[in-house]
Design a protein around this ligand. Sequence first.
Ligand code: SF4
Length: 352
Amino acid sequence: MIDLKNASKNTLFPLICRRTKDEYGSVLFEDDPVPTLIGIARLAAQSPTLESKRKVEYLELETRNFIGRASGNQMYFVWTINPYRGCEFGCKYCYARYAHEFMELRDPEQFEQKIYAKRFQAHSFRAELRKIKKGESLWMGTATDPYQPAERRYEISRKILQVLSGQRYLELGITTKSDLVARDIDLLSQIAEKNKVRVHITITTLDGQLARLLEPRAPRPELRLNAVKRLTDAGIPVSVLAHPVMPLINDSEASLDQVCQAAAANGASNFSAAPLFLKPCSQRVFFPFLNEHFPHLVRRYRERYEKNAYLKGHYPEMLKERIAKIKARYPMKTQEEPTWPIDDQLSLYNIK
Ligand code: SF4
């Protein structure tokens, strides 16, 4: 612990040198020059503002590589694409908030308030695609939602699909909570002619009020189900993900059963669910949320998640059995293994 009152300027400056003057420097030392930012933090600081509404600010981010390599050990996919940095949906459990920390944006709320749209150039993206070998899978939306509100305006995900529609032998997965994905059925159908495509739509609950609390600016569950139907009617395979399952919030058999039943009724060909994991950056948002809306659960969540971000032991096993039982009630066209990497999502540190 540093004693701020008595510390010398030389002691403190290394601590602040990678942060913007607005965040720290001007408070500590009025005369200091703006500290030098490096890499993605520098690019983020230089990003021109595209638009600002309510508390959300949209910025444009220069990007050297659009396609990143997934670095976890148990990744189902090899490559990742995230057209935006940050996500306006603002899910209270979001695991991806850490991604803004790479840009020296330490306040976890900034993840949903400062949205960076990556500058897209079709020719560079096409060149990048050459690094993907036949059969290697590519996943869009591992650290942001590619169909969040910014997509209506900037259409970067659509531009990506336009390029992918000219490719072959790719395995493409898209994860979203937005019905906007159905806008791109034309392109997804074209891609599906020469590649494998699957859209994964997250629905954690059918209870609209609970969904609004948990995922404040994401489309309502019925809109997401409608997208499942439109996509599957068009022949695009869809999985419904009930991730994350939060103990005593959306984990009852009745709640999960409702989601699975609705997924099957709307044509989904897979359903999966995995327990919530909470890294420290997510805890900083989730625990105050619990305190406000589920105060009776705070102690139990803290006891479990402060020790370990992942639930171990009985609970994951119980949930696995519950999901298997529910899935058996609603046979889907194909019952594949879950495709989302349940244990290792946070190893996606090589975010592009
Ligand atoms: S949609 Fe995904 S990336 Fe966006 S806030 Fe929710 S969990 Fe995070």
